[in-house]
Write a protein that binds this ligand. Structure first.
Ligand code: SF4
Length: 453
């Protein structure tokens, strides 16, 4: 039976007050957009309305209360955040029906309140941001990294995917709007920007790659120009969902220059030309292994992450072996594998040659075994070397910390475990000597701690 798909909830936003409040509003919206919410420009179309208040002057408070009243009258499902959140009782006395009140800069709480009021149904077929494990509850982005969504929809028609039916064709955001959002995120403490979309390499196609004014110059709506401009903001820039179109080669020099992280997340999905053709995958050309070699020659530390589907209808043992041989040669750094499942509305459901569940399981286990071995070997080669690590969490009790190297995206890749964090805080970037490794993770010590020991 095909998997049923959810429709995304819609959020309306009323933002009052100073530019700092606007930064907060943009940050909240960028996180919600990345979480799969759609935005509503009117009260009627919103499942929940956020009012980001100002409480600086009495007149601003009066304006905020008026805005909350209007949102309640027009929609009824209202969450209040911002500076007036300090006066939660005043708000609750006057409007007992508000769903939640959170204070200024409490991005995590307000996003959590939206998830409670209008939950998204997690779907591996629609989500761009990795889902937290259900047993750990909702995991929100810490302030030091942010997802930056650059476009919506997709022009391709991959046989297993229903994104184009649900989200429509590609609609790119203007590059100046993306850069403005990114600049505000960096000003608010973001040290790593995770660029996401359904097809990052296609960015700007619908805008005919036009140039837009940015900081007294121009920036084209094109992946390479956007990546360069983002790289100049001073945060780590990580590119996700990049298809290997020829122009991707032009992003590699930006990695060599240090403007973009030496990391590419390319969902290859398969290697067999026959299966790729049946999947109707974009940029499906034979030279990928050769291009991987060229990229590695230019940027030896480049980390390539990818995902693969096993058991696609019509996949024979021969096709599957082709994939295994390809993986053995490509030696990708990180690999996620999925067993094919029909999704309601996808063209692949009607294809002949369904692969029996036990065969899918067996192929899945073989891919995982091979790729885990390659990952372990690649990580072992880093022992004794120095790597830059962004700190995600510090353990006050043990004095240890957890972070990620440039080769690790949050939630989906590995971690670097530090046995002595000194006085580090989340978001710090430190140089670490790698002491040990396993299949997924590295273990090490910050260099200034090692030097002092
Ligand atoms: S490229 Fe293919 S898999 Fe990706 S969103 Fe578009 S249609 Fe779906």
């Amino acid at each position: 039976m095909a998997t049923k798909l959810p429709t995304p909830p819609r959020v309306g936003m009323v933002s009052l007050g100073c530019p700092k409040n606007l930064v907060d509003s943009e940050r909240i919206l960028s996180r919600l957009r990345a979480d799969g919410y759609d935005m509503s420009s009117d009260y009627a179309g919103a499942d929940v309305v956020l009012v980001n208040t100002c409480g600086f002057l009495d007149s601003a408070k009066a304006e905020s209360l008026e805005a909350i009243g209007e949102a309640i009258a027009e929609n009824g499902r209202v969450i209040v955040t911002g500076c007036m959140g300090r006066e939660a009782e005043v708000i609750r006395d006057r409007f007992p029906q508000v769903l939640a009140v959170t204070g200024a800069h409490q991005y995590e709480q307000v996003v959590e309140a939206v998830h409670e009021a209008a939950p998204t149904a997690p779907s591996p077929y629609l989500d761009l941001v990795p889902q937290a494990r259900a047993d750990l509850g909702l995991k929100l982005t810490p302030r030091h990294y942010s997802y930056l969504k650059i476009s919506e929809g997709c022009n391709h028609r991959c046989a297993f995917c229903i994104i184009p039916q649900i989200r429509g064709d590609l609609v790119s955001r203007r590059p100046d709007a993306i850069l403005r959002e990114a600049e505000k995120l960096v000003a608010a403490g973001t040290r790593e920007l995770l660029v996401i979309s359904q097809d990052t390499s296609a960015y700007g196609l619908d805008l005919k790659h036009a140039a837009y004014p940015w900081k007294g110059a121009e920036v084209r709506a094109h992946m390479t120009d956007l990546a360069r401009a983002l790289g100049q903001l001073g945060a780590w820039v990580r590119l996700h969902y990049v298809y290997p179109y020829p122009h991707v080669d032009r992003v590699i020099p930006l990695m060599a220059e240090g403007l973009v992280l030496p990391y590419l997340d390319i969902p290859f999905q398969h290697a067999s030309p026959k299966v790729l053709k049946a999947m109707k995958r974009p940029a499906n050309e034979a030279r990928v292994l050769e291009r991987l070699r060229q990229w590695r020659a230019q940027v030896p530390d480049i980390a390539i992450r990818s995902s693969f589907v096993v058991g696609f209808p019509g996949e024979t043992e021969e096709d599957f072996r082709y994939l295994l041989d390809w993986l053995a040669e490509a030696r990708l750094d990180r690999v996620g594998a999925f067993r094919f499942e029909p999704v309601e509305g996808a063209a692949a459901n009607d294809l002949p040659g369904a692969v029996p569940p036990e065969v899918k399981e067996e192929r899945y286990a073989r891919v995982m075994e091979l790729t885990a071995r390659i990952s372990a070997e690649k990580l072992a080669a880093k022992v004794g070397r120095s790597v830059d690590v962004i700190i995600d969490a510090v353990d006050g009790e043990t004095g240890g910390a957890t972070g990620r190297s440039k080769a690790d995206a949050p939630e989906i890749d590995g971690e670097v475990h530090l046995r002595d964090s000194g006085h580090l805080a989340p978001g710090d970037i430190v140089r670490v000597t790698v002491e040990d490794s396993d299949e997924h993770d590295l273990f090490g010590v910050p260099e200034r701690v090692a030097a002092a020991a």
